[in-house]
Design a protein around this ligand. Structure first.
Ligand SMILES: Cc1ncc(C[n+]2csc(CCOP(=O)(O)OP(=O)(O)O)c2C)c(N)n1
Length: 277
């Protein structure tokens, strides 16, 4: 893999994610920004896709089951050429193709509609089963929040994937330790979520979710493990890189213009630093 290019892409995704949300003034900064490194590895290094033919049948699929992280997907797809980046600077405006939660009928690049937590895990699992039945050589990547994993449907999906030996799906759990209204441990503690996923029969790895090399290597390990679905637990920092959001682990943010200016300048600098590293 090209680690430097991946870090530059992650920094670009962070900057564009902020710009997308800034176009509306407020939104889900926390749970979007912490996925930038994962998105950079997926779209920069790993996934098969064609921005001119988003429904290409042999593509790899991305399902953001934590659908409120739409802005990080819109930033990534814009950078990858699915549409002009500026189109996404209409987030949640009337008649936009970029709603806060991902919608496959509106946005090129979105493979499944999500937003009702838990459901993306099962629809992604269904897509993986369908792809297997069709004999396709592709993967489904499904991103689940640690708060979202309070939903029983997530664990039903793991059970089903294990029973059907779906080695063409990789679940990522974005283990940032926070959900909408506080720390996940205070609301409904999981204990060791990686152990729990492993106990469902998933080949489970636990890594630093901001280390692009670790993410890449974990995906390669998952590819090499046949006959069982994979789960990669990402230890992340909610709001990663957003100056107004990360210190408070903001779920959604409504910063003032001064705070926006500071955050955008910091993201520009992080991008320049990554380019010059
Ligand atoms: C079924 C359902 N219940 C409640 C919500 C409202 N909601 C949106 S995001 C969120 C918190 C999710 O926490 P987590 O999965 O940890 O997301 P992250 O912290 O990574 O943003 C909640 C409760 C929802 N979208 N769907």
């Amino acid at each position: 893999m090209n680690e430097k290019a991946c870090k530059v892409l992650a920094a670009r995704i962070r900057l564009e994610t902020l710009k997308v949300i800034h176009s509306r003034g407020f939104g889900h900064v926390g749970g979007s920004m912490d996925l930038a490194d994962l998105m950079a590895v997926l779209y920069g290094e790993v996934m098969k896709f064609d921005p001119k033919n988003p429904r290409w049948e042999d593509r790899d699929w991305l399902v953001l089951s934590k659908g409120h992280a739409g802005p990080v997907a819109y930033a990534t797809f814009g950078i990858m050429g699915f549409y002009p980046m500026e189109d996404a600077y209409t987030l949640n405006h009337p008649h936009t193709k970029f709603p806060s939660h991902t919608d496959r009928q509106l946005t090129p690049g979105v493979d499944l509609t999500t937003g009702s937590l838990g459901q993306g895990a099962s629809t992604a699992t269904g897509a993986a089963l369908g792809n297997k039945i069709d004999g396709r050589d592709n993967h489904v990547f499904c991103v689940i929040g640690d708060g979202e994993a309070d939903e029983g449907e997530v664990w039903e999906a793991f059970h089903f994937a294990y029973a059907h030996k779906l080695d063409n799906i990789i679940y990522f759990i974005d283990n940032n330790g926070y959900q909408l209204d506080g720390p996940t441990d205070d609301i409904l503690a999981h204990g060791d979520i990686a152990k729990k996923a492993a106990s469902f029969g998933l080949y489970t790895q636990e890594i630093d979710g901001h280390d692009v090399k670790a993410i890449y290597d974990a995906i390669q390990n998952a590819y090499a493990t046949k006959g069982v679905p994979s789960c990669i637990v990402l230890k992340t920092s909610k709001g990663k890189g957003a100056t107004f959001a990360e210190p408070k682990h903001d779920h959604s943010s409504q910063p003032n213009e001064e705070q926006w200016a500071e955050a955008l300048a910091a993201a520009e600098k992080a991008l320049a630093d990554a380019e010059n590293a």
